[in-house]
Design a protein around this ligand. Sequence first.
Ligand SMILES: [Zn+2]
Length: 214
Amino acid sequence: MDEDTPRQAIVDTVKRLQDEGFNHGNSGNVSCRIAGGMLITPTGANSANLTPSRLVRVEADGGAIGGIPSSEWHMHAAILDAYRAANAVIHTHADACVALACLRKPLPSFHYMVAAFGGADVRCARYATFGTVDLGTSAVEALKDRTACLLANHGMIAIGKTLEAAFQTTVKFETLARQYLMALQGGEPVLLPEEEMLRVGERYGNYGTGLLPG
Ligand SMILES: [Zn+2]
């Protein structure tokens, strides 16, 4: 399988995340499924030093080829293993998502667009130490029927069929998290009821992600 295309796509995605201000220093990491495993950003990667050849190939058995993978590779591997319709995983420490994750609050149905992530809310995964297998387990639990989740006291994850889809989900998630935090400053946001979120989900083509069970 041609690896050049996904390698370039990951490098481009890291640069876009940096341009959006979602990556601080070396905090974010990006992966993409390939035949027999995944490609992932190396440890210490940022948009200034990343090139396609620096990406690390991690085989299905966990063996790494071409460098040291991101410390969060277990989490990426667990997600790609659990959700076969997803081919791309983005993890960032984007500000508003981190702020919400530190409150250990889900993103609730304060806005109809929350339904675009697959349901009435976007969950916050239970806390686990960064870089551990347990963090991967926690993220997989929180992503059930969703295209995104928060990681308690840590950051966010978005998944998609493609890197482009995962990137768009990242932008949407960070924007809505920021808007929710703004709304909280003005009082208690009125939440949309479950049946309205279901209706909105149907309008999204349930839910436009292709990642959710029929
Ligand atoms: Zn992180």
